[in-house]
Design a protein around this ligand. Structure first.
Ligand code: ATP
Ligand code: MG
Ligand code: MG
Length: 349
Protein backbone atom coordinates (compact mmCIF):
# COMPACT_ATOMS: atom_id res chain seq x y z
CA UNK A 1 0.00 0.00 0.00
CA UNK A 2 0.90 3.64 -0.25
CA UNK A 3 2.81 5.48 2.45
CA UNK A 4 1.73 8.87 3.77
CA UNK A 5 4.48 11.10 5.10
CA UNK A 6 3.50 13.40 7.95
CA UNK A 7 5.55 16.41 9.01
CA UNK A 8 5.11 16.88 12.75
CA UNK A 9 4.66 14.23 15.41
CA UNK A 10 2.22 15.81 17.86
CA UNK A 11 -1.27 14.59 18.72
CA UNK A 12 -2.68 15.71 15.38
CA UNK A 13 -0.05 13.66 13.56
CA UNK A 14 -0.80 10.75 15.87
CA UNK A 15 -4.51 10.79 15.10
CA UNK A 16 -3.77 11.14 11.37
CA UNK A 17 -1.61 8.00 11.61
CA UNK A 18 -4.44 6.06 13.27
CA UNK A 19 -6.91 7.13 10.58
CA UNK A 20 -4.44 6.34 7.78
CA UNK A 21 -3.74 2.94 9.26
CA UNK A 22 -7.45 2.13 9.35
CA UNK A 23 -7.56 2.75 5.60
CA UNK A 24 -4.60 0.45 5.03
CA UNK A 25 -1.95 3.12 4.48
CA UNK A 26 1.50 3.11 6.00
CA UNK A 27 2.70 6.25 7.79
CA UNK A 28 6.10 7.85 8.19
CA UNK A 29 6.38 10.74 10.65
CA UNK A 30 9.13 13.38 10.54
CA UNK A 31 9.68 15.20 13.81
CA UNK A 32 12.69 17.01 15.29
CA UNK A 33 11.77 16.37 18.93
CA UNK A 34 12.48 12.98 20.50
CA UNK A 35 9.66 10.57 21.51
CA UNK A 36 6.75 12.40 19.84
CA UNK A 37 3.14 11.24 20.42
CA UNK A 38 2.80 10.18 16.76
CA UNK A 39 5.96 8.08 16.95
CA UNK A 40 4.12 5.49 19.06
CA UNK A 41 1.64 4.72 16.29
CA UNK A 42 3.48 5.55 13.04
CA UNK A 43 5.00 2.77 10.93
CA UNK A 44 8.22 4.76 10.70
CA UNK A 45 9.65 7.77 12.53
CA UNK A 46 12.48 10.05 11.49
CA UNK A 47 13.88 12.15 14.32
CA UNK A 48 15.77 14.94 12.58
CA UNK A 49 15.72 18.69 12.19
CA UNK A 50 14.20 20.54 9.24
CA UNK A 51 17.74 21.57 8.26
CA UNK A 52 18.92 17.95 7.88
CA UNK A 53 18.90 17.67 4.09
CA UNK A 54 19.90 13.99 4.00
CA UNK A 55 17.10 13.07 6.42
CA UNK A 56 14.58 15.12 4.43
CA UNK A 57 15.60 13.41 1.17
CA UNK A 58 15.40 9.93 2.70
CA UNK A 59 11.99 10.75 4.21
CA UNK A 60 10.62 11.96 0.89
CA UNK A 61 12.00 8.91 -0.93
CA UNK A 62 10.16 6.60 1.49
CA UNK A 63 6.68 8.13 1.04
CA UNK A 64 4.17 8.66 -1.78
CA UNK A 65 2.66 11.92 -0.59
CA UNK A 66 3.54 14.41 2.16
CA UNK A 67 1.17 16.20 4.50
CA UNK A 68 1.65 18.07 7.80
CA UNK A 69 0.08 18.66 11.16
CA UNK A 70 1.39 22.17 11.79
CA UNK A 71 1.88 25.19 9.58
CA UNK A 72 5.27 26.51 10.61
CA UNK A 73 7.50 24.27 8.54
CA UNK A 74 10.62 26.12 7.34
CA UNK A 75 10.41 27.18 3.68
CA UNK A 76 13.75 25.62 2.69
CA UNK A 77 12.63 22.21 3.96
CA UNK A 78 9.38 22.53 1.99
CA UNK A 79 11.27 23.48 -1.18
CA UNK A 80 13.44 20.40 -0.85
CA UNK A 81 10.55 18.03 -0.15
CA UNK A 82 8.35 19.47 -2.86
CA UNK A 83 10.99 18.73 -5.50
CA UNK A 84 10.65 15.04 -4.60
CA UNK A 85 7.02 14.38 -3.65
CA UNK A 86 3.65 16.15 -3.75
CA UNK A 87 2.83 18.14 -0.61
CA UNK A 88 -0.87 18.35 0.25
CA UNK A 89 -2.31 20.81 1.16
CA UNK A 90 -0.14 22.86 -1.22
CA UNK A 91 2.35 25.61 -0.54
CA UNK A 92 -0.05 28.50 -1.08
CA UNK A 93 -2.06 27.50 2.00
CA UNK A 94 1.11 27.46 4.08
CA UNK A 95 2.35 30.77 2.71
CA UNK A 96 -0.93 32.43 3.54
CA UNK A 97 -1.42 30.96 7.01
CA UNK A 98 2.16 31.21 8.29
CA UNK A 99 1.89 34.99 8.63
CA UNK A 100 -1.11 36.69 10.23
CA UNK A 101 -0.70 39.82 8.11
CA UNK A 102 -0.57 37.85 4.83
CA UNK A 103 -3.51 35.77 6.05
CA UNK A 104 -5.77 38.71 6.94
CA UNK A 105 -4.85 40.47 3.69
CA UNK A 106 -5.71 37.32 1.72
CA UNK A 107 -9.06 36.99 3.52
CA UNK A 108 -10.10 40.62 3.04
CA UNK A 109 -9.02 40.45 -0.63
CA UNK A 110 -11.50 37.57 -0.97
CA UNK A 111 -14.19 39.90 0.32
CA UNK A 112 -14.39 38.25 3.73
CA UNK A 113 -14.57 40.21 6.96
CA UNK A 114 -11.90 40.14 9.68
CA UNK A 115 -11.13 42.21 12.77
CA UNK A 116 -9.62 45.58 11.79
CA UNK A 117 -5.85 45.07 11.55
CA UNK A 118 -2.61 46.93 10.93
CA UNK A 119 1.06 46.06 10.43
CA UNK A 120 3.25 46.92 13.45
CA UNK A 121 7.01 47.10 13.14
CA UNK A 122 7.94 49.59 15.87
CA UNK A 123 6.54 51.97 18.46
CA UNK A 124 5.60 54.63 15.89
CA UNK A 125 3.59 52.20 13.75
CA UNK A 126 1.91 50.81 16.89
CA UNK A 127 0.83 54.27 18.01
CA UNK A 128 -0.46 55.01 14.51
CA UNK A 129 -2.34 51.69 14.44
CA UNK A 130 -3.91 52.34 17.84
CA UNK A 131 -5.05 55.76 16.64
CA UNK A 132 -7.09 54.13 13.84
CA UNK A 133 -8.12 50.86 15.45
CA UNK A 134 -8.59 52.09 19.01
CA UNK A 135 -8.71 50.02 22.20
CA UNK A 136 -9.27 47.38 23.35
CA UNK A 137 -6.95 45.71 20.86
CA UNK A 138 -4.62 42.71 20.64
CA UNK A 139 -1.03 42.79 19.48
CA UNK A 140 0.10 39.46 18.00
CA UNK A 141 3.36 38.25 16.51
CA UNK A 142 2.81 37.76 12.77
CA UNK A 143 4.42 34.33 12.80
CA UNK A 144 4.75 31.23 15.02
CA UNK A 145 1.98 31.98 17.55
CA UNK A 146 -0.36 29.23 18.76
CA UNK A 147 -2.59 28.64 21.80
CA UNK A 148 -2.62 32.40 22.39
CA UNK A 149 1.19 32.56 22.70
CA UNK A 150 2.88 35.68 21.34
CA UNK A 151 -0.16 37.87 22.06
CA UNK A 152 -0.60 40.91 24.29
CA UNK A 153 -3.91 42.60 25.00
CA UNK A 154 -4.01 46.39 25.01
CA UNK A 155 -6.88 47.73 27.10
CA UNK A 156 -5.75 51.36 26.96
CA UNK A 157 -3.13 53.26 24.92
CA UNK A 158 -0.75 53.51 27.90
CA UNK A 159 -0.25 49.73 27.68
CA UNK A 160 1.19 49.98 24.19
CA UNK A 161 4.84 50.03 25.19
CA UNK A 162 4.57 46.98 27.47
CA UNK A 163 2.70 45.06 24.77
CA UNK A 164 5.33 45.86 22.17
CA UNK A 165 8.09 44.70 24.55
CA UNK A 166 6.32 41.32 24.74
CA UNK A 167 6.81 40.83 20.99
CA UNK A 168 10.60 40.65 21.57
CA UNK A 169 11.27 42.60 18.40
CA UNK A 170 9.28 40.20 16.17
CA UNK A 171 7.09 41.70 13.40
CA UNK A 172 3.56 42.06 14.74
CA UNK A 173 -0.02 42.83 13.80
CA UNK A 174 -2.48 44.91 15.79
CA UNK A 175 -6.07 43.67 15.75
CA UNK A 176 -9.12 45.44 17.05
CA UNK A 177 -10.72 43.43 19.86
CA UNK A 178 -13.90 41.87 18.48
CA UNK A 179 -16.87 41.91 20.88
CA UNK A 180 -18.10 38.60 19.57
CA UNK A 181 -21.25 36.78 20.68
CA UNK A 182 -19.71 33.37 20.12
CA UNK A 183 -16.69 31.79 18.56
CA UNK A 184 -17.30 29.00 16.07
CA UNK A 185 -15.20 27.06 13.62
CA UNK A 186 -15.83 25.20 10.43
CA UNK A 187 -13.79 22.12 9.68
CA UNK A 188 -13.83 22.03 5.90
CA UNK A 189 -12.39 19.57 3.43
CA UNK A 190 -11.60 19.70 -0.27
CA UNK A 191 -10.71 16.67 -2.33
CA UNK A 192 -8.20 16.39 -5.15
CA UNK A 193 -11.23 16.45 -7.51
CA UNK A 194 -12.29 19.86 -6.14
CA UNK A 195 -15.26 18.54 -4.16
CA UNK A 196 -15.88 20.41 -0.91
CA UNK A 197 -17.47 19.03 2.25
CA UNK A 198 -17.84 20.78 5.59
CA UNK A 199 -18.55 19.37 9.02
CA UNK A 200 -21.21 21.14 11.06
CA UNK A 201 -19.85 24.33 12.66
CA UNK A 202 -18.78 23.87 16.29
CA UNK A 203 -18.97 26.44 19.05
CA UNK A 204 -15.66 27.05 20.79
CA UNK A 205 -14.85 28.26 24.28
CA UNK A 206 -11.29 29.34 25.02
CA UNK A 207 -9.52 29.89 28.32
CA UNK A 208 -6.39 32.02 28.34
CA UNK A 209 -6.06 31.70 24.57
CA UNK A 210 -6.36 27.89 24.58
CA UNK A 211 -9.37 25.93 23.35
CA UNK A 212 -11.33 24.40 26.27
CA UNK A 213 -14.46 22.99 24.65
CA UNK A 214 -16.15 22.62 21.29
CA UNK A 215 -19.88 21.96 21.21
CA UNK A 216 -22.05 20.84 18.29
CA UNK A 217 -24.49 22.03 17.25
CA UNK A 218 -23.28 25.64 17.61
CA UNK A 219 -25.83 28.32 18.47
CA UNK A 220 -26.13 29.58 14.90
CA UNK A 221 -29.15 30.48 12.83
CA UNK A 222 -29.61 28.52 9.61
CA UNK A 223 -28.48 31.63 7.77
CA UNK A 224 -25.31 31.96 9.87
CA UNK A 225 -24.48 28.27 9.54
CA UNK A 226 -24.88 28.52 5.76
CA UNK A 227 -22.72 31.64 5.64
CA UNK A 228 -20.01 29.88 7.65
CA UNK A 229 -19.91 26.90 5.32
CA UNK A 230 -19.98 28.98 2.12
CA UNK A 231 -17.21 31.20 3.42
CA UNK A 232 -15.03 28.19 4.25
CA UNK A 233 -15.61 26.77 0.77
CA UNK A 234 -14.58 30.10 -0.74
CA UNK A 235 -11.28 29.97 1.16
CA UNK A 236 -10.59 26.37 0.07
CA UNK A 237 -11.36 27.06 -3.57
CA UNK A 238 -9.23 30.21 -3.64
CA UNK A 239 -6.25 28.18 -2.42
CA UNK A 240 -6.96 25.18 -4.71
CA UNK A 241 -6.76 23.35 -1.40
CA UNK A 242 -6.53 19.59 -0.89
CA UNK A 243 -7.13 18.33 2.65
CA UNK A 244 -8.87 19.48 5.82
CA UNK A 245 -8.76 23.07 7.04
CA UNK A 246 -9.94 24.68 10.28
CA UNK A 247 -11.60 28.07 9.82
CA UNK A 248 -12.04 30.02 13.08
CA UNK A 249 -14.86 32.56 13.09
CA UNK A 250 -16.22 35.26 15.38
CA UNK A 251 -20.01 35.57 15.40
CA UNK A 252 -21.10 39.20 15.71
CA UNK A 253 -24.38 41.04 15.11
CA UNK A 254 -22.69 42.44 11.97
CA UNK A 255 -22.00 38.96 10.61
CA UNK A 256 -19.17 36.44 10.66
CA UNK A 257 -15.57 37.61 10.94
CA UNK A 258 -12.71 35.24 10.14
CA UNK A 259 -10.18 35.02 12.98
CA UNK A 260 -7.68 32.68 11.37
CA UNK A 261 -7.39 29.60 9.20
CA UNK A 262 -5.33 26.50 9.96
CA UNK A 263 -4.24 24.43 6.91
CA UNK A 264 -4.59 21.13 8.76
CA UNK A 265 -6.81 19.09 11.00
CA UNK A 266 -7.87 21.21 13.95
CA UNK A 267 -8.45 20.80 17.68
CA UNK A 268 -12.00 22.11 17.30
CA UNK A 269 -12.72 19.22 14.90
CA UNK A 270 -11.97 16.44 17.38
CA UNK A 271 -15.70 16.02 18.10
CA UNK A 272 -16.06 14.45 14.65
CA UNK A 273 -14.32 11.31 15.96
CA UNK A 274 -17.48 10.39 17.84
CA UNK A 275 -20.13 12.45 16.07
CA UNK A 276 -19.68 11.48 12.42
CA UNK A 277 -19.23 8.36 10.33
CA UNK A 278 -16.09 9.86 8.77
CA UNK A 279 -14.05 12.07 11.13
CA UNK A 280 -11.74 14.95 10.22
CA UNK A 281 -8.65 12.73 10.33
CA UNK A 282 -10.00 10.17 7.88
CA UNK A 283 -11.34 13.01 5.73
CA UNK A 284 -7.87 14.54 5.56
CA UNK A 285 -6.24 11.21 4.72
CA UNK A 286 -8.85 10.59 2.02
CA UNK A 287 -8.20 13.99 0.43
CA UNK A 288 -4.43 13.72 0.61
CA UNK A 289 -4.50 10.18 -0.83
CA UNK A 290 -6.75 11.25 -3.71
CA UNK A 291 -9.78 9.31 -2.47
CA UNK A 292 -13.28 10.75 -2.70
CA UNK A 293 -14.28 12.69 0.41
CA UNK A 294 -16.35 10.74 2.92
CA UNK A 295 -19.73 11.47 4.45
CA UNK A 296 -19.10 13.81 7.37
CA UNK A 297 -22.72 14.35 8.35
CA UNK A 298 -23.27 14.55 12.08
CA UNK A 299 -25.36 11.89 13.83
CA UNK A 300 -25.03 13.09 17.44
CA UNK A 301 -24.77 16.18 19.59
CA UNK A 302 -21.27 16.24 21.05
CA UNK A 303 -19.20 18.24 23.46
CA UNK A 304 -15.43 17.94 23.12
CA UNK A 305 -13.44 18.91 26.20
CA UNK A 306 -9.66 19.25 26.08
CA UNK A 307 -7.69 17.63 28.88
CA UNK A 308 -5.02 20.19 29.68
CA UNK A 309 -2.33 19.73 32.37
CA UNK A 310 -3.96 18.87 35.72
CA UNK A 311 -7.22 17.91 34.00
CA UNK A 312 -5.56 14.50 33.83
CA UNK A 313 -6.24 14.12 37.57
CA UNK A 314 -9.90 13.69 36.61
CA UNK A 315 -9.16 10.69 34.41
CA UNK A 316 -10.51 8.07 36.87
CA UNK A 317 -13.83 9.94 37.04
CA UNK A 318 -13.94 10.51 33.28
CA UNK A 319 -13.36 6.82 32.71
CA UNK A 320 -16.57 6.10 34.67
CA UNK A 321 -18.71 8.62 32.74
CA UNK A 322 -21.35 7.19 30.42
CA UNK A 323 -21.39 8.33 26.79
CA UNK A 324 -17.86 9.70 27.06
CA UNK A 325 -15.09 8.68 24.67
CA UNK A 326 -11.57 9.28 25.94
CA UNK A 327 -8.72 10.11 23.57
CA UNK A 328 -5.22 10.34 25.09
CA UNK A 329 -2.07 11.37 23.26
CA UNK A 330 0.46 9.16 25.06
CA UNK A 331 2.48 12.11 26.43
CA UNK A 332 4.50 10.87 29.38
CA UNK A 333 4.98 14.18 31.15
CA UNK A 334 2.05 16.31 32.38
CA UNK A 335 2.85 20.02 32.17
CA UNK A 336 0.70 23.06 32.97
CA UNK A 337 -1.06 24.18 29.79
CA UNK A 338 -0.07 21.04 27.88
CA UNK A 339 -2.77 19.31 25.84
CA UNK A 340 -2.75 15.71 27.12
CA UNK A 341 -5.92 14.41 25.51
CA UNK A 342 -9.60 15.16 25.06
CA UNK A 343 -12.98 13.61 25.73
CA UNK A 344 -16.01 13.57 23.44
CA UNK A 345 -19.31 13.50 25.32
CA UNK A 346 -22.39 12.40 23.43
CA UNK A 347 -25.25 14.60 24.61
CA UNK A 348 -28.62 12.91 24.58
CA UNK A 349 -31.83 14.96 24.83
P1 ATP B 1 -4.64 28.74 17.93
O1 ATP B 1 -4.17 27.80 19.01
O2 ATP B 1 -6.13 28.69 17.68
O3 ATP B 1 -3.83 28.70 16.67
P2 ATP B 1 -3.55 31.41 18.20
O4 ATP B 1 -2.41 31.51 19.14
O5 ATP B 1 -3.27 31.41 16.75
O6 ATP B 1 -4.46 30.17 18.60
P3 ATP B 1 -5.81 33.23 17.99
O7 ATP B 1 -6.72 32.21 17.45
O8 ATP B 1 -5.45 34.39 17.13
O9 ATP B 1 -4.47 32.61 18.59
O10 ATP B 1 -6.40 33.80 19.35
C1 ATP B 1 -6.72 32.93 20.43
C2 ATP B 1 -8.06 33.37 21.00
O11 ATP B 1 -7.95 34.70 21.51
C3 ATP B 1 -9.18 33.43 20.00
O12 ATP B 1 -9.76 32.17 19.77
C4 ATP B 1 -10.11 34.42 20.68
O13 ATP B 1 -10.79 33.82 21.77
C5 ATP B 1 -9.14 35.43 21.23
N1 ATP B 1 -8.87 36.47 20.22
C6 ATP B 1 -7.90 36.50 19.31
N2 ATP B 1 -7.96 37.57 18.52
C7 ATP B 1 -9.04 38.27 18.92
C8 ATP B 1 -9.67 39.50 18.52
N3 ATP B 1 -9.15 40.24 17.51
N4 ATP B 1 -10.79 39.89 19.17
C9 ATP B 1 -11.29 39.16 20.20
N5 ATP B 1 -10.75 38.01 20.64
C10 ATP B 1 -9.64 37.56 20.03
MG1 MG C 1 -3.52 30.01 15.32
MG1 MG D 1 -6.90 30.38 16.88
Amino acid sequence: GATIGILGGGQLGRMLCVAASRLGFRTHVYEPAGAPPAGQVANALTTAGYDDTAALDAFAASVDVITYEFENIPTEALDRLQALRPIRPGREALRVSQDRLTEKTFLTDLGLKTAPFADVTDQASLIAALATIGTPAILKTRRLGYDGKGQARIAAPDQAEAALAQMNGAPAILEGFVQFQYEVSVIAARGADGAVACFDPGENIHRMGTLRTTTVPARLSTRQATDAVLLAAQVLNALDYVGVMGVELFVTPQGLLVNEVAPRVHNSGHWTQNGCVIDQFEQHVRAVAGWPLGDGSRYADVQMENLIGDDMDRLPDLAREADTAIHLYGKSEVKAGRKMGHVNRIMRG
